[in-house]
Design a protein. Structure first.
Lengths: 421, 299
């Protein structure tokens, strides 16, 4: 145990002392926050006042142009060549031409915007919404129906409220965010840190310190120490991310962006919002389940990566051999996407039972509360069993691999090492 | 008393038989040579002693009883292919490796400091391997090998890569270790590099022991029973029939001891009024003995 502890601490401290660790620790949450902050900032910067000239040939607006704050619509003061010249000279100027086709089946054919620069999305949204409503109003009028009458007949927008049998309510937006962020983090950490295990093992082999190490400790201790040390590094980084994200979300973002955050939170992709990350802390059991699957999922994959790392002399030689290990984790990530859409489907169920895909897929299912206790228990048991089995197999490969030099090893040979007497 | 004893060790890798019934004993407190050409089975033997691999058959005794896992802490091993971590400062590595061999952190740090002073490496304490010259790296590796004061020090090709000055320092340290009571196992394919240091040795060829004993015994057993006489003067009649070689220092002749003893040959030479520069019994080097054995076994 002392040997494993010594190796674990070395792996942890050597990594934590590097600049990369801290750069990634700090950049991770910042990048996440940037996903929400950048669209907001861009939207803010886009807020300069704009003037659009209008040639309303369809008499859509009856001279009452729908100007609003920071968007001035005025009838085009020029005509013919003079108009074209001024449009060509001033890139901030635009001309909206409306022809009677706007009342046809495809209203877009009646609309043309002439300018050096294209219409911004925001203005476009405002104009299309307004025009569509005005066209509708006109048609209603022609048919003798008033807008008020129509509104009273229409059913308002609604959503279905999800409740648990016990009566507590749950939000599917939050579940969606949690599912996506949870499975993505799981995928990301297993892949990135799993590769670090591979790199670490093949480094010890290629710089030849391996022989000294295995004459001091057993190969199994060396492998476990390394895997656990890197797992500790990953957990530490994850905790830093959670902590930093919470600080950024609760203190920095509001101060920096003001109330723009709350007003545009819907505009930013929900899944990537730091809210979802910090929401992990709110959902009871989620963090626990995350840590469980992270630890056993990581250990299982890390053992496989360690076995591959031990079989090659140089990290570069590992490419082909890593594919069979990275494939299931990538497949798991794709399956998690379908599990987000249909957490109760058979695909979602089975992929959350198979140990190599379970860690990632289970995050998606658990967030939607779609996992029965027995399913969770069964999946956890298979995780632990597969961890024991795969570690055993990997240790056998590792034990032989670390002594093997100067030979390009094939998967077939690796399999033979694993199962020979 | 033997520190280590190998008894009838067999080891195969796939179809290749790496060791075929190898037995030898390493007396406590001696310098022992494990010699043989590349691929003879030296590294496999060392790995078995180090418990990196297990023999298919046979047993290893440590101080007279079967070797145990924890005995590994009493062994220090400097492999032929040497390496250190690139991204860790050298003192930390030495301390870490010492800890893995059972030292406490404070003890390892203290000893590391003493050794760094001894080898004049103090100012490299916080440096990385890449900043060190090859000679310094070798010193660091040597320190890491013996920091825990092992009973058995295994040195695989210890002198390869050492310049003459550092090789001399290493030799001195090895003799110091011996004086302190440590047993040293040398492994080399360059027989002459270790023959002056080794008290006893074993020679392995094609997975089998072909020769073993004390260095002195072996050389005595393989002497050709001839003397070489270097002299000046007129060649006497009795010397006709022997081939005489003219050298810069005089004439050289090889005389068989089957006919006369050394003293008798010398007497004859003196009676013939020859000026004698030197007279020595021809004792072959380990290299020659080895080649002789290999040739005989090939016949």
């Amino acid at each position: 145990m002392r040997a494993i502890y010594l190796i674990l601490s070395r792996e942890l401290f050597v990594r934590v002392k590097t600049k990369q660790f801290w750069i990634l620790s700090i950049l991770g949450p910042l990048l996440m926050s940037a996903f929400i902050a950048v669209p907001v900032l861009i939207a803010k910067m886009d807020d300069s006042a704009q003037t659009i000239w209008v040639q309303d040939e369809a008499n859509l607006w009856n001279q009452k142009l729908p100007s609003k704050e920071k968007l001035l619509l005025i009838p085009a003061p020029l005509k013919g060549q003079a108009l074209i010249d001024s449009l060509a000279q001033d890139e901030n100027l635009g001309l909206l031409t409306i022809t009677p086709e706007v009342f046809g089946k495809n209203p877009g054919q009646g609309l043309k915007f002439t300018s050096q620069s294209p219409l911004s999305l925001k203005v476009q949204d405002y104009l299309t919404e307004n025009i569509s409503k005005t066209v509708e109003d006109k048609k209603l009028e022609e048919n003798g129906v008033s807008r008020a009458k129509l509104d009273s007949l229409k059913t308002p927008e609604f959503s279905i409220q999800s409740v648990k049998p016990e009566g507590s309510s749950q939000s599917s937006e939050k579940a969606f965010g949690l599912a996506t962020v949870g499975s993505m983090l799981m995928y990301f950490f297993i892949l990135i840190y799993g590769m670090q295990v591979l790199r670490g093992v093949s480094e010890e082999k290629s710089n030849r310190i391996m022989e000294v190490l295995i004459s001091s400790v057993q190969p199994f201790q060396l492998m476990m120490g390394k895997i656990l040390g890197i797992a500790a590094t990953a957990l530490l980084q994850f905790l830093i991310w959670i902590g930093l994200t919470m600080i950024v979300v609760s203190l920095v973002l509001p101060a920096f962006l003001g109330d723009a955050v709350s007003s545009s939170a819907t505009a930013a992709p929900d899944a990537m919002s730091p809210d979802a990350l910090s929401a992990m802390a709110d959902v009871p059991g989620f963090l626990l389940v995350f840590f469980f699957y992270f630890i056993f999922g990581f250990l299982t994959y890390a053992a496989l990566f360690a076995a591959i790392g031990s079989a090659v002399d140089q990290e570069q030689d590992a490419q082909q051999l890593t594919f069979p290990v990275t494939l299931p984790i990538i497949v798991a990530f794709l399956l998690a996407q379908t599990a987000v859409a249909q957490p109760h489907s058979a695909t979602a169920f089975w992929s959350s039972m198979i140990p190599l895909t379970a860690p990632v897929v289970m995050m998606a299912r658990f967030a939607f509360d779609a996992v029965a206790p027995w399913e969770l228990a069964l999946s956890m048991v298979t995780m632990v069993l597969s961890f024991v089995f795969i570690t055993y197999i990997s240790a056998r490969i590792y034990r032989i691999g670390v002594l093997m030099y100067g030979k390009k090893v094939t998967l077939k040979e690796i399999a033979r090492w694993a199962f020979k007497k | 008393m033997n520190l280590i004893e190998l008894r009838n060790i067999h080891k195969s890798f796939e179809a290749h038989k790496a060791l075929n019934g190898v037995s030898f004993s390493i007396p406590k407190g001696s310098i022992f040579g494990l010699l043989g050409p590349n691929g003879a089975g030296k590294t496999t033997s060392i790995r078995i002693i180090n418990q990196i691999i297990a023999p298919d058959e046979g047993e290893v005794l440590f101080e007279g009883r079967p070797i145990r896992r924890e005995d590994i802490q009493k062994v220090g091993y400097l492999p032929e292919e040497r390496g250190l971590y690139k991204k860790m400062n050298i003192a930390d590595q030495v301390i870490y490796l010492g800890q893995l061999k059972g030292l406490s952190k404070s003890e390892a740090t203290l000893r590391c400091k003493q050794w760094f002073e001894r080898f004049d490496l103090q100012k490299w304490w916080n440096k990385h391997v890449a900043d060190l010259s090859k000679g310094m790296q070798q010193k660091v590796q040597f320190i890491a090998t013996i920091l825990h004061e092992p009973d058995l020090v295994i040195l695989d090709e210890p002198f390869s890569g050492f310049d003459p000055v550092n090789a001399e320092i290493l030799k001195e340290e090895i003799l110091n270790l011996k004086q302190r009571g440590a047993t040293i196992l040398f492994s080399s394919h360059r027989m002459e590099s270790v023959e002056t240091l080794c008290d006893s040795l074993v020679m392995i060829h094609q997975s089998k022991v072909v020769l073993s004993g004390t260095t002195r015994e072996i050389r005595q057993a393989h002497k050709s029973s001839e003397i070489e006489l270097l002299f000046e003067g007129n060649i006497p009649d009795w010397m006709q029939g022997f081939s005489i070689v003219q050298t810069e220092d005089g004439q050289k002749v090889v005389l068989p001891m089957a006919e006369h003893s050394v003293n008798e040959w010398l007497q004859k030479a003196l009676q013939s009024q020859l000026t004698i520069h030197s007279c020595r019994e021809l004792i072959p080097g380990l290299n020659e003995i080895f080649i002789q054995i290999v040739q005989n076994s090939a016949l």
